[in-house]
Design a protein around this ligand. Structure first.
Ligand SMILES: Cc1cc2nc3c(=O)[nH]c(=O)nc-3n(C[C@H](O)[C@H](O)[C@H](O)COP(=O)(O)OP(=O)(O)OC[C@H]3O[C@@H](n4cnc5c(N)ncnc54)[C@H](O)[C@@H]3O)c2cc1C
Length: 380
């Protein structure tokens, strides 16, 4: 029989992350939204309380979460503050190529380094001329003896300026294009890396992004992840895992927007009664509650499909990111509408959720790109 109940371990994960986000995310959400600074104090506390590096193996200091367990954790982080949550989840994104393709020695070294630093990593795929079209990457890492020499230009790289190291995708044989795309680990303080000023942006302001210029950066050959030419596959396999994380953050953001606006509507009196007793408002709240359930269900199904390696898990991963982030955008927009002036003001953090969830429709492949992935799969 189909069973949606939670195990003790899953309940503990939710409670642990909810407790942490109540103490560290929610009280700091508006502060970091204003400051637009990386929330180091929260990340350090997250290390102290074993919140960081959820999916990383336990033997290397992570939590060894399945994707489903990671989704439970990410929903709580999204409900607390998507901007702070993505500082943690973007590091997980950067560690995923190591998780998928690194050998034992590399995992020991780099997972060990991130835990020792109580730090974060950055995932470097996007370039000025290669956004949705990953095959357009031009950065090149050319082999010279026991080193690769990296030259190129990346942009929109989350955590770049605060990272301990980066996972960088570059061509080893530019003539062969994306067929030679290869993944490397590069320490962020390696000579030849120029980190440009931080991106100014609409939402998720606690998280920082930079453009990067690589000029003759030396990468020891032992920092190559997997084989030369396997980079495209590693990047796509990474997204198969991490898109459910974006979906789960979106569910959390939607849940918060719904709950805050529901509670507000129960208290706000107009025409002599709570605004929630007006059917026009109550029906909006009913749709929001239903949509949050829908978003969570598809996210959990995608995570389960990955964990149990069901056929089509990749398709479900794209569907979960698409639907959950679209729902989050709609729910957050409706929450602003329910709360009207108070929703639009910065006092309740609802307009912030609306700005934050917008980005979930854009990164890790825009929602148009998810539709490209889904339509190709269902029409082939
Ligand atoms: C705040 C932020 C953080 C980010 N963090 C990272 C990170 O850590 N690492 C990283 O590597 N990248 C990161 N990115 C990059 C992000 O993944 C890209 O912005 C995204 O993939 C889209 O690329 P683009 O912005 O170049 O848009 P473009 O690819 O130029 O797309 C422009 C528009 O065209 C549409 N479009 C493109 N191709 C198609 C198509 N075939 N069919 C239909 N529509 C299409 C898109 O959906 C979009 O609406 C981040 C971006 C932002 C804004």
């Amino acid at each position: 029989m189909l069973d949606f109940s939670l195990s003790n371990k899953e309940t503990d994960i939710i409670e642990k992350y909810r407790d942490f986000t109540e103490r560290w995310f929610k009280p700091n959400a508006l502060k970091y939204d204003k400051l637009a600074e990386f929330p180091w104090e929260v990340v350090k506390a997250a290390y102290d309380e074993k919140i960081m590096n959820g999916p990383m193996p336990e033997k290397f200091g992570g939590n060894g979460f399945s994707l489903y367990e990671g989704a439970l954790a990410s929903e709580e982080m999204g409900a607390g503050c998507i901007g702070i949550g993505i500082c943690i989840d973007a590091s997980t994104l950067a560690l995923t190529p190591l998780f998928l393709a690194a050998n034992e020695k590399q995992q020991k070294k780099w997972f060990g380094r991130i835990v020792e630093d109580k730090g974060v990593a950055a995932y470097c795929l996007t370039e000025p001329n290669a956004g949705s079209d990953v095959a357009g990457i031009k950065s090149a890492a050319i082999k010279h003896g026991d080193k690769y020499i990296l030259n190129g230009h990346k942009r929109f790289i989350t955590n770049a300026e605060v990272s301990s190291f980066m996972t960088v995708f570059a061509l080893t044989e530019p003539d062969r294009g994306a067929r030679s795309l290869t993944a490397f680990v590069v320490p962020s303080d390696a000579p030849g890396i120029e980190i440009k000023p931080r991106l100014q942006k609409m939402g998720q302001k606690a998280s920082v992004q930079n453009e990067l210029i690589f000029t003759d950066v030396e990468i020891p050959a032992e920092n190559k992840l997997g084989e030369e030419g396997h980079g495209f596959l590693i990047a796509m396999k990474t997204f198969d895992r991490t898109r459910t994380g974006v979906a789960a953050l979106s569910v959390g953001g939607a849940r918060s927007a719904y709950e805050v606006s529901r509670d507000w509507a129960k208290k706000r009196i107009q025409f002599g009664q709570p605004i929630a007793s007006q059917q026009g408002v109550a029906f909006m709240l009913a749709d929001m509650a239903t949509d949050v359930e829908v978003a969570r269900l598809i996210t959990h199904k995608a995570a389960w499909a990955y964990d149990t390696q069901q056929k089509g898990f990749s398709l479900l991963s794209a569907m979960s990111k698409l639907r959950a982030s679209d729902i989050a955008m709609k729910v957050a927009t409706d929450a602003v509408q329910v709360m009207a002036g108070d929703g639009y003001s910065t006092d309740f953090g609802i307009e912030k959720i609306m700005r934050d969830v917008k980005l979930c429709q854009i990164y890790e492949g825009t929602n148009q790109v998810q539709r490209v992935v889904i339509s190709k799969a269902i029409l082939k």
